[in-house]
Design a binder for this molecule. Structure first.
Ligand code: NDP
Ligand code: ZN
Length: 178
């Protein structure tokens, strides 16, 4: 018997397919890992924390498309609607800023993000500190890895009270600070 796929699952898989297409030529900074592994990792971290809101999962899958590919927010809104576009916008750095300004802006803005964006952001920090342990960016010194861990913690600390399970997982990752 044919059972139609629930709409929420369709949305999540559509976002996965869209992100895979957009990131298709890219790799993570360890140079080996296909880029799409990272957004999929975020969605997996969220589901492991019992977050099954398809809007949040789709936004997680799309979170780096605007920052790291030629995708525009308008395009995200046309395909996925206003709410997902708004979460992706909240999770995207302002490319007009310097690298240093972006780092500070993430700390400054963290507490004012929507709950949905905070969930995606915390999952992003979990994934990235875990990768710095397991598949680090090529050429990073010990000092740079430590700086990244500490900056991530500063961002997450401003979002405490969002989701206990995610925060606990971040804290467990932070204990592995090199
Ligand atoms: P980032 O510190 O921003 O690079 C980390 C980002 O790269 C992550 O947030 C993640 O972002 C992405 N990423 C891709 N692959 C990986 C991976 N395998 N593991 C973890 N993260 C990955 O690098 P920048 O080059 O932008 O440097 C910016 C800052 O670093 C500046 O503020 C500068 O001051 C500082 N710096 C420090 C140095 C030092 O030796 N201490 C040297 C040079 C710079 P996403 O999830 O968005 O893809
Ligand atoms: Zn990311």
């Amino acid at each position: 018997m044919y059972v139609p796929m629930p709409t929420h699952m369709e949305l999540v898989l559509q976002a996965a397919a869209f992100a895979a297409e957009k990131h298709r030529t890219q790799r993570r900074k360890d140079v080996e890992t296909p880029y799409i592994n990272h957004p999929i990792q975020l969605a997996y971290i969220l589901v492991q924390a019992n977050i099954e809101d398809s809007v949040v999962l789709a936004a997680a899958l799309l979170h780096d498309t605007v920052e790291d590919t030629s995708t525009t927010l308008d395009e995200i809104e046309i395909v996925f609607g206003y709410e997902i576009a708004r979460i992706v916008a909240e999770c995207s750095d302002d490319k007009a800023q310097t690298k240093l300004e972006r780092k500070q802006a993430q700390i400054d803005r963290a507490a004012r993000l929507s709950r949905e964006a905070r969930l995606v952001k915390i999952a992003d920090k979990i994934a990235n500190v875990s990768d710095i342990e397991g598949a680090p960016p090529a050429g990073w010194s010990l000092e740079r890895k430590r700086e990244y861990f500490d900056w991530s913690k500063a961002v997450v600390d401003r979002m405490r009270g969002t989701n206990a399970s995610l925060e606990k997982r971040f804290d467990a990752e932070y204990l592995k600070r090199p």
